[in-house]
Write a protein that binds this ligand. Structure first.
Ligand SMILES: C[S@@+](CC[C@H](N)C(=O)[O-])C[C@H]1O[C@@H](n2cnc3c(N)ncnc32)[C@H](O)[C@@H]1O
Length: 307
């Protein structure tokens, strides 16, 4: 599709939306914005204003030091409805993305996984299932870390009666992905972070910490919302994101604001290529582009090896 057609399409979508009185931040439709123009977002948002370093919280600009507590409030607010909302927002597709993520990780028997921003434990659960059922292995372990005690409590509850808990194969720590000082250098075989890194104030610090705690030969894997590459689908995706998801948040969880933030935070996260570059700058070796797009780039799996 050439760029003038894409612009016309964006124009018609914009008028369609105006007519339908759907309130969507219209900059989401500016298809003429190139990757290069979007690229420095992370740096631009982390600028100095009146000696205060600011960053983004969704589409708002906030002092850097308050973002962590704002994010914590969002996840405390959504924790009890989190799993149900995930199914409702993605029509259950997040389960397929996570299954694919685990098949792609293909952990070896006995592997030690660090699952950061682990939330209610979807990745940890898939990892232990994979080890039991594919590798016939009952020695591998997973350590879940999350900054939010309410989310982690939901995760602990899910595993409380499991044989994995009884066998001591899963444990939980409240902690910040940007500073895992309670974890030794070179101590894990694999590191996962799913739908968590875009909420962190400094994604580059998160990736550097992952590099530190992984053993040589270890693998970093990230599953995160990303940029839809097809302009026509991007219009449909924006409608879903800015209209349907906040409405679902309002109806199901009585919490429109948190779901508006979640949608906005996706748009502020670096593009696939920019994030792959952050991973390489932290010291990881990537294969090819370093990422795989799923569902037309709605989400991407990034991966890097510590050699
Ligand atoms: C959208 S949930 C994802 C949960 C789970 N990984 C999944 O895929 O369902 C994002 C999680 O990231 C956590 N989080 C946000 N900022 C964090 C940080 N700086 N360090 C660790 N966890 C963080 C939140 O508390 C929340 O549980």
């Amino acid at each position: 599709m050439n760029s003038s057609f894409a612009r016309r399409l964006a124009g018609s979508a914009t008028s369609l939306i105006r007519t339908a009185k759907v309130h969507i931040p219209l900059r989401a439709f500016s298809l003429s914005v190139t990757h290069q123009q979007q690229q420095p977002q992370l740096q631009n948002d982390q600028t100095q204003h009146n000696h205060t370093t600011t960053t983004h919280f969704g589409f708002k600009t906030v002092p850097e030091e308050v973002k962590e507590s704002l994010v914590r409030n969002v996840f405390s607010s959504v924790a009890s409805n989190y799993d149900m909302m995930n199914d409702a927002m993605s029509l259950g597709i997040h389960r397929l993305w996570k299954d694919h993520f685990m098949r792609n990780m293909a952990p070896t028997p006995g592997a030690k996984l660090l699952d950061v921003a682990g939330g209610t434990g979807d990745i940890a659960h898939r990892f232990l299932n994979y080890q039991d059922n594919i590798n016939c292995d009952s020695t591998s372990t997973v350590h879940m870390v999350d900054i939010n005690p309410d989310m982690l409590r939901e995760g602990e509850r899910r595993f409380s009666d499991s044989k994995w808990k009884q066998e001591g194969r899963i444990d939980f720590t409240v902690g910040n992905a940007e500073n895992l000082d309670f974890i030794k250098d070179n101590s894990f075989d694999a590191y996962s972070i799913a739908f968590g890194i875009r909420n962190c104030t400094h994604p580059d610090r998160v990736v550097r910490e992952a590099f530190r705690v992984l053993k040589p030969g270890g693998r970093f894997m990230c599953l995160e919302f990303s940029r839809v590459t097809n302009p026509l689908l991007a219009v449909a995706y924006d409608l879903h994101s800015f209209y349907v998801i906040p409405k679902l948040g309002e109806i199901i969880a009585n919490d429109r604001n948190s779901y508006e933030y979640l949608v906005e935070s996706i748009r502020k996260f670096p593009t696939q290529d920019d994030f792959a570059q952050i991973i390489r700058e932290a010291g990881f070796t990537t294969i090819g582009s370093g990422y795989e797009n799923l569902t037309f780039g709605t989400v991407a799996i990034h991966s890097g090896f510590k050699f």
